[in-house]
Design a protein around this ligand. Sequence first.
Ligand SMILES: NC(=O)c1ccc[n+]([C@@H]2O[C@H](COP(=O)([O-])OP(=O)(O)OC[C@H]3O[C@@H](n4cnc5c(N)ncnc54)[C@H](O)[C@@H]3O)[C@@H](O)[C@H]2O)c1
Ligand SMILES: O[C@H]1[C@H](O)[C@@H](O)[C@H](O)[C@@H](O)[C@H]1O
Length: 344
Amino acid sequence: MTTKNPQEIKLRIGVIGTGAIGSDHIRRCTHTLSGAEIVAVSDVNTENAKKAVTPYNPNARVYESGHDLINAENVDAVIIASSGQTHAEYVLSAIKAGKYVFCEKPLATTIEDCQNIIQAEQDQGRRLVQVGFMRPYDKGYRELKKIISDGIIGSPLMVHAVHRNQKVGESYVTHMSIFETLIHELDVLRWLLNDDYISAQVIFPRQTNYTHEKLRDPQIVLLETKSGIRIDVEVFVNCQYGYDIQCSVVGEKGTANLPDPAAVSLRLGEKLTTSILTDWKDRFIEAYDIEIQEFINGCLAGQLNGPSTWNGYVAAIAAVACVKAQDTLAIEPISIPDSPAMYK
Ligand SMILES: NC(=O)c1ccc[n+]([C@@H]2O[C@H](COP(=O)([O-])OP(=O)(O)OC[C@H]3O[C@@H](n4cnc5c(N)ncnc54)[C@H](O)[C@@H]3O)[C@@H](O)[C@H]2O)c1
Ligand SMILES: O[C@H]1[C@H](O)[C@@H](O)[C@H](O)[C@@H](O)[C@H]1O
């Protein structure tokens, strides 16, 4: 760690994957958050890595190999923001090097990879990984959770949730709607309800003309929890009109809805209008800031507290059942094991 003045110890971070969210994390670590600096980057596209970091730190080193970045002496901690299927190898490499690592969701795309990561962390005897599930840091979700846990609406019975993206690219295919998109609900809803899933089913309504051959869109995922709560999540990633996240919890005495982001309502030209966001970067900007600041603080204090590899593993178990259910259209069981003491 570097010290500019005795008061200011900086965590030296290396970022692997400098696409949409990797670049955004470089920006927030440099300009918005405190206690960190970006000293290294790596991406399979080294030109883009250089472009992403230069405005923030022209002296940052650009590595061709993510593993070399992880093992660099001047890198204290790593942010992994490369494509999902590449996360496991980098997380394992960082744990092996004994370095703190923030891994964007998903932790890994197979159960076996998640188990290997958990084993590696257990072998180190301490938490080294924070997973990029940011919704539990969102103010709206936190207020919703408080209302539920204070018993204000009585026991939750049902949840209706919506996860809509304006549009996705051609490389986004059906199973990604689970591991890339639904994974946020799989994490946040069990946190919100303090419950675990026992089954999943997927239903495909009439398909939108705005999708392509390899993407079934929209879909409805039905989940059941241990306590009998029924959840439906609409995942619609080419909805055209904007980025829209909704969550309505129906309890015995009342319902509670996730608030929409604050927006000015405009009375103009015989119309009353309110803008809808289009980008996840804006919708959850504060939550991303808080989660990464918590990671930085945790690294500096030697104690990580954010979403753990266990959260990543449990979400992956549920996600694998959902991907299976996309093929079978059957109700697929979900079985979540008891967590080791480190994650309680
Ligand atoms: N928490 C969130 O809300 C959130 C939001 C966006 C993205 N993400 C996650 O972050 C990750 C990146 O998403 P994105 O939207 O920035 O994607 P992106 O495609 O814009 O960026 C991915 C980057 O990774 C690079 N890359 C691919 N394979 C690599 C490898 N083996 N080694 C190093 N770099 C490699 C690509 O060249 C690209 O620059 C995904 O896992 C995604 O699910 C999370
Ligand atoms: O990587 C992104 C990100 O996680 C967004 O929050 C989600 O809405 C998108 O569907 C996903 O592709």
